[in-house]
Design a protein around this ligand. Structure first.
Ligand SMILES: Cc1cc2nc3c(=O)[nH]c(=O)nc-3n(C[C@H](O)[C@H](O)[C@H](O)COP(=O)(O)OP(=O)(O)OC[C@H]3O[C@@H](n4cnc5c(N)ncnc54)[C@H](O)[C@@H]3O)c2cc1C
Length: 549
């Protein structure tokens, strides 16, 4: 990942992380009971007291501030863990914390040593809320359409910039003490620090949103907001988009963890509910038509996403560069999974799910944002497809075939984690990519975007199998044998979908191609589906045991 060194190789010890996690949980049990969260949602209010408690008493913001500036120096793994816990509590409150993290990151990544000393220390010591102002009414996914300007001026004898323009959908916009504003300077897009009290910046009304209503979201209006030249992050104009990009890889992992937390929070409720709700003479949890549609696939997708998050976080923490695409895959898998899990939880609770009281309805509205902010799912499909397309071309088609061979080797050593089907998914992907190259099919945007989804599925399956074999997660209390069954289920799904949907779109955009159909190993893909129902039975049983009513 293209980042400054400041956040690479940071992490806190396991004991401190456990302490932060349990402090947060205890605080939520005491101060953020469901009734309070539903009330905040209903009245659409940002809970200032909660942020005082989280920053002032618990010192949560210190987690993402490097030690030399008074923080705890948390790494990617730490931030993933805490973000998931926060999201399980409330995604609106979690978003307020995310915004502070996002806002400080341009400084962490691109600030001069003096700026880091000045701003990071203050944020650490004073527990300041920060906002990250990139999006504009006409510039969301496409930040190159930025209209806000930063014009060099002399003000009271000092070299300054005058900021003019409008920002849209800014989390913490109306409550932040510091705003980071992306604006076009003569040398290109650049980040500027604007402090509360600057008469040139005003916040619009707190938006009336679909979900995360406890998070403050406003427009920002900049009218000759004068900031000293010292507030230009990095001291050089034109670095803003690079800094925003560098921030993305890392923060996408945080939003991925939000998807995971929101999804599991809804799913756990559905699993517990299904053990008590009797229909047709027995509890719902004993009915395959219910569990294998509404519970099991969601647990599988969420845990596949977790494996990818943990894989990416470990690599970031060990200092590996260029992990922006992995961050995008993690966010894509986790937020799509979280959103789906919450949607299915409403269905699982039937009429009760459709009312406010049972929380899943609120979680569904909250988790919806995770597929929109920090890169929409479609933009992520594009990002993933473009990057892996290049890898396919550069390696002359060998990239995924080599990976498939490694997965086949893993299957020899560990035949219980679905690595055989992951290998089939990777081989199918290589076949589809090659067909797209030969027929120039990526000129169709839809094909390119679908490739992004299939890449995420195939890589997700391969990584899940590797981790189920060598480093099954310790975060969910499921036994390793259940994680193995989950990996097998995910890999079967990936093999079937990559082969079929890849072939489908290649044929839809190109020509009916006997070669393509012939080079895909349909018999193996079908044979690989054997045992699927049995594995789902095992997972359903394990979910009921792990999350009793
Ligand atoms: C609650 C909330 C909080 C937010 N917080 C912040 C914040 O703190 N700071 C900040 O800077 N921003 C924030 N945002 C903005 C958020 O990041 C943007 O909304 C997001 O990036 C999408 O931009 P957009 O809304 O302009 O949608 P658009 O970019 O207009 O996208 C609309 C749709 O078109 C699709 N699309 C876009 N471009 C393409 C393309 N080239 N090809 C195909 N499809 C495409 C998108 O996937 C999407 O489905 C927040 C938004 C919300 C709703």
């Amino acid at each position: 990942m293209a980042r400054g060194d400041a956040r690479l190789s940071m992490s806190i010890d396991a004991e401190t992380l456990d302490m932060v996690v349990s402090t947060l949980r205890e605080y939520a049990e005491r101060a953020l009971k469901p009734e309070r969260l539903l009330e905040l949602d209903r009245i659409n209010e940002f809970p200032e007291q909660v942020h005082h408690d989280l920053y002032g008493d618990i010192g949560l913001h210190l987690l993402f501030i490097p030690q030399e500036y008074g923080g705890m120096g948390g790494g990617a793994h730490d931030i993933y863990r805490v973000s998931e816990v926060l999201a399980r509590i409330d995604l609106g409150i979690a978003t307020g914390v995310l915004a502070t993290f996002l806002g400080t990151d341009p400084i962490t990544v691109g600030g001069t040593p003096e700026q880091k000393q000045r701003w990071m220390k203050r944020i650490a010591e004073e527990g300041l809320l920060v906002a990250y102002g990139a999006t504009e009414p006409q510039a969301g996914s496409d930040l190159t359409s930025l209209k806000t300007t930063a014009t060099p001026v002399t003000h009271e004898g000092r070299t300054c910039y005058a900021l003019n323009g409008r920002k849209q959908w800014i989390s913490n916009g109306g409550v932040a003490a510091i705003w980071l504003i992306l604006a076009n300077a003569p040398g290109g897009a650049s980040w500027f620090v604007v402090e509360r009290g600057n008469p040139g910046i005003t916040a619009g009304k707190h938006e009336d949103k679909h979900g995360i209503r406890a998070s403050n979201t406003t427009a920002l209006f900049l009218e000759d907001a004068i900031v000293p030249a010292d507030n230009l992050v990095g001291g050089v104009e034109g670095q803003g988009l690079v800094q925003a990009q560098a921030v993305f890889g890392y923060t996408r992992l945080m939003v991925a963890a939000f998807g995971l937390g929101g999804g599991w929070s809804a799913l756990e409720r559905a699993i517990r509910y299904a053990q008590e709700r009797v229909a047709g003479g027995s509890p719902l949890i004993r009915k395959q038509g219910f569990t294998h549609k509404l519970l099991v696939p969601n647990a599988v997708r969420l845990e596949a996403a977790r494996a990818f998050i943990e894989f990416t976080a470990e690599r970031i923490d060990s200092g590996k560069p260029d992990l922006a695409t992995e961050g995008a895959i993690a966010k894509y898998l986790a937020t799509e999974a979280g959103n789906r899990a919450a949607e299915d939880a409403i269905q699982a609770l039937g009429g009760y799910g459709y009312t406010r009281e049972y929380m899943v309805e609120k979680i569904k509205r909250d988790v919806r944002i995770t597929t929109i902010y920090e890169g929409t799912s479609e933009i992520l499909e594009w990002t993933i497809a473009r990057d892996r397309w290049q890898l396919h071309l550069k390696s002359r088609g060998a990239h995924y075939l080599d990976w498939a061979r490694r997965a086949e080797q893993l299957h020899v050593e560990r035949p219980d984690v679905g690595a055989d089907n992951a290998a089939l998914a990777l081989r199918a992907l290589a076949t589809v990519l090659e067909r797209c190259r030969a027929d120039k099919l990526t000129r169709h945007q839809h094909v390119l975007f679908r490739l992004g989804e299939l890449v995420a599925l195939a890589e997700g399956a391969a990584v899940f199998a590797e981790r189920a074999a060598r480093a099954p997660t310790k975060v969910v209390p499921l036994p390793p044998s259940t994680i193995g069954a989950m990996s097998r289920v995910f890999a079967r799904e990936a093999a079937a979908r990559v082969a079929f949907e890849g072939a489908r779109w290649a044929v839809a955009a190109g020509k009916p191609d006997a070669d393509l159909l012939g080079s895909m190993d349909w018999n193996q893909v079908l044979a690989g589906q054997a045992g699927g129902i049995e594995d789902m039975d095992v997972i359903a049983g394990s979910l009921a045991q792990t999350f009793p009513a």
